[in-house]
Write a protein that binds this ligand. Structure first.
Ligand SMILES: NC(=O)c1ccc[n+]([C@@H]2O[C@H](COP(=O)([O-])OP(=O)(O)OC[C@H]3O[C@@H](n4cnc5c(N)ncnc54)[C@H](OP(=O)(O)O)[C@@H]3O)[C@@H](O)[C@H]2O)c1
Length: 295
């Protein structure tokens, strides 16, 4: 059995589960454009099994990835699921016939998506549903997701891509706060105000695209820190996130990289490196790179 101390980086609380700070983002296990099947389904299955063998017990998915394909691969790879595995999936969108992403948030849409996820993952209860994207009536969707939770169809509910103001709004619109807000948050794209709002509300802020979708691994600042510390650029960028208190869900289709991405807890980035990485922000964020309270 996995214990909190054997999880990479120790565990953190996600709803009523203790999960690894490094999760696995399964989005691109589907084909190009997150649409259709992957070129190598057997390898996608092997990647997922490798992640779980390494103690990564927190997997991010959605039935609109593929669509359906990512959930089907997760089921094939991992069912019957280990007791401590937390599968985080999403509602609020579907795909059209050419792969376009379409908001779908009426009560009937949400009911359908909840049941589609349960069916494709092969479970009676999902661990965590996220309401994906804040626009298009998402606030009205929240009470429906609370009912799904009360009916036992999910253990917990959260949101994806909400700003500080939208977190306030969703918390005001329901009786249960989201346990998590999954957002794009990395050294090149971060928002101090959102981090502070999430902390204030007790909402876990989880980083996706922590590696800048892979585009920032060659950045000279990142590469320089990595070389000096004897780590890889991916490890430096992921470590930056966890030192800010954010769990991460990096994606990789390479098994050896799963191990590399989980191995970020044996070193600490010193203040000067954190400040140098903070300064890579491309979003015009409001933080001061040298402000010691920021990080
Ligand atoms: N809620 C949302 O709106 C949302 C949006 C986007 C993503 N997500 C979730 O977040 C997950 C990750 O996000 P992401 O894919 O956008 O970005 P990411 O994790 O920042 O970057 C993934 C890229 O980095 C490469 N990579 C991973 N580990 C590496 C390593 N150790 N060395 C070198 N390259 C490495 C991968 O390539 P290889 O595969 O070739 O290794 C891939 O191209 C997704 O799978 C999805 O589950 C959620």
């Amino acid at each position: 059995m996995t214990t909190a101390s054997s999880l990479p980086g120790g565990g953190f609380q996600l709803g009523d589960q203790t999960v690894s700070r490094v999760g696995f983002g399964a989005m691109q296990l589907a084909g190009p454009g997150v649409f259709g099947p992957p070129a190598d389904r057997a390898e996608a299955i092997a990647v997922l099994r490798t992640a779980v063998e390494l103690g990564v017990n927190h997997i991010d998915t959605a039935d609109f990835y593929g669509p359906h394909i990512t959930n089907e691969i997760i089921r094939e790879a991992l069912a019957p699921y280990p007791d401590d595995l937390c599968i985080v999936t999403k509602v609020g969108a579907v795909r059209d016939s050419s792969g376009g992403w379409v908001l779908a948030r009426t009560p009937a849409d949400l009911r359908q998506q909840v049941h589609d996820n349960l069916k494709r993952l092969g479970v009676d209860q999902v661990d965590l549903y996220l309401v994906h994207w804040p626009q298009g009536g998402a606030m009205r969707a929240w009470p429906g997701m609370e009912r799904a939770r009360e009916r036992g169809l999910t253990r917990s509910i959260g949101v994806s891509n909400y700003s500080a103001r939208q977190l306030d709004e969703v918390i005001g619109s329901g009786t249960v706060p989201p346990v998590i807000d999954q957002v794009q948050f990395s050294a090149v794209s971060h928002r101090r105000g959102l981090l502070e709002a999430a902390r204030k509300h007790g909402v876990v802020l989880e980083s996706y695209s922590s590696l800048g979708t892979g585009k920032h691994l060659d950045d000279p600042t990142v590469a320089g820190i990595a070389e000096r510390m004897g780590k890889t650029p991916a490890q430096v960028l992921l470590r930056w996130c966890v030192q800010h208190g954010l769990p991460v869900i990096p994606k990789s289709t390479h098994r050896e990289r799963i191990a590399e991405n989980a191995d970020i807890f044996s070193f600490t980035l010193p203040d000067e490196d954190m400040f140098a990485l903070n300064a890579l922000d491309e979003t015009g964020g409001t933080h001061e790179a040298n402000e010691s309270t920021w990080w």
